[in-house]
Design a protein around this ligand. Structure first.
Ligand code: GMT
Length: 377
């Protein structure tokens, strides 16, 4: 199949999922064409089946807001024709679904080409940005006009029905993990570079936006530090980083907290962690938590969005209400109370991650593409 994938190129979850999906599809023999404004961060190699098409937006003094959606629409039309795409899969509704639907109409009306569009919803496109009254009508229309809509969790599917006027089924296809890459790789000397032998390692990775509530990560860690020797590893970068560095300084715990910035080999870091903290305000799926679980790291997360579908309370980690840092501290200490407890939770977390393995989930997308192709013939 010739598959077009439209995504954000950044380290955010939707771009990561889209890129990993494209790489797997290419390795199975499909021709995969990425369309984005920059080379996707995870598109770290090319093969004969992988292509990247850059969307460039021309500027003009009149354009206070250069029209990215129009440039993207034009690029989609061009690539559908030149690469003879069979399906177009767009990740994150805004503005990708709207651009895809406009391209679909242009291709049908002008060129007589039918291109099935699949829109995959990832989270904030529905729960935060999409709900904005300025976008709501366009998002509803674009989803209804898509040939198929998927959501990465049941909770996100339910939110989509709640916030938008959707008149079609939304299929839940959860995110997936490559277990060959994400597994616990024990490397004592690497661990020793970050923590003393008797210290526990707590970890959080994200794009440091407000929705991640990193202040709760730091509060939990500061509480844990009162009774356990520990280090906190914070990987990633974003708007909240500066404030979080200041918070650590104010709490006098900076020497115990490592701000590492954006990291590529996240599985190596996860392999030295004992607990993963994800106290987000909302999280449609929580891909970073799945990466941790695959590396045998139990997760402490909040009872919000799709996270309870991923993390099993009392089995692969613990779940608390948003903002309840006392409960999350208690649960973290529960995990750290003995080596046997921690090892049991590690094993459970890994076992639970197996159900999200690439070979179980990616075929669901392929099946969906095939069904849409059959419909069009
Ligand atoms: O919030 C992020 O980290 C980025 C955002 C995105 O769309 O780029 O992530 C969303 O999609 C991820 C992949 O499906 C999910 O794992 C995240 O839970 C989701 N983020 C939120 O819902 C806040």
């Amino acid at each position: 199949m010739n598959i077009g994938i439209v995504c954000y190129p950044t380290f955010g979850g939707s771009g990561v999922v889209a890129t990993e999906l494209g790489k797997i599809l290419a390795s199975e023999g499909h021709m995969v064409h990425f369309i984005s404004y920059d080379q996707p961060a995870r598109l770290d190699y090319f093969s004969q089946n992988l292509f990247y098409h850059e969307v460039t937006v021309s500027t003009y003094p009149l354009f206070q807001y250069p029209p990215y959606e129009l440039a993207l629409t034009g690029k989609i039309v061009e690539i559908v024709k030149s690469a003879k795409l069979d399906v177009l899969h767009v990740h994150y509704a805004i503005p990708h679904a709207a651009a895809a639907i406009m391209a679909k109409k242009i291709l049908k009306d002008i060129n007589g080409i039918r291109i099935p569009v699949i829109t995959t919803l990832h989270g904030t496109d529905i729960t935060l940005v999409g709900k904005d009254p300025n976008y709501e009508g366009v998002v509803s229309y674009s989803l209804n006009q898509s040939d198929a809509v998927t959501a990465v969790s049941e909770s996100l599917r339910d939110d989509t029905y709640k916030f938008f006027k959707i008149n079609k089924p939304i299929e839940v296809i959860p995110n997936f993990i490559d277990l060959k890459k994400y597994n616990r790789q024990i490397n004592k000397s690497y661990r020793n570079a970050f923590a003393l032998p008797d210290e526990f390692v707590l970890m959080h990775t994200s794009n440091f936006r407000k929705v991640k509530r990193i202040e709760d990560v730091i509060t939990i860690f500061a509480n844990v530090l009162k009774t356990k020797p520990a280090k906190l590893i914070l990987a990633g970068d974003g708007p909240e980083r500066r404030a979080m560095e200041q918070m650590c300084a104010a709490l006098n715990i900076s020497a115990h907290v490592l701000f590492l910035g954006k990291q590529d080999a996240i599985e190596k870091l996860l392999s030295i962690a004992d607990v993963f903290l994800m106290p987000s305000e909302t999280e449609s799926f929580g891909l970073a938590a799945l990466e941790a679980m695959a590396c045998s790291v139990p997760v402490i997360c909040t009872n919000t969005g799709g996270m309870p579908e991923l993390n099993k309370h009392g089995y692969s980690g613990f779940i608390a209400n948003v903002g309840d840092t006392d409960a999350m501290t208690k649960y973290t200490l529960e995990l750290l109370k003995s080596e046997a407890t921690l090892n049991q939770f590690r094993e459970n977390a890994h076992q639970h991650a197996l159900q999200f393995s690439t070979d179980k989930i990616v075929p669901l997308y392929e099946k969906l593409y095939e069904s849409l192709l059959n419909e069009s013939h």
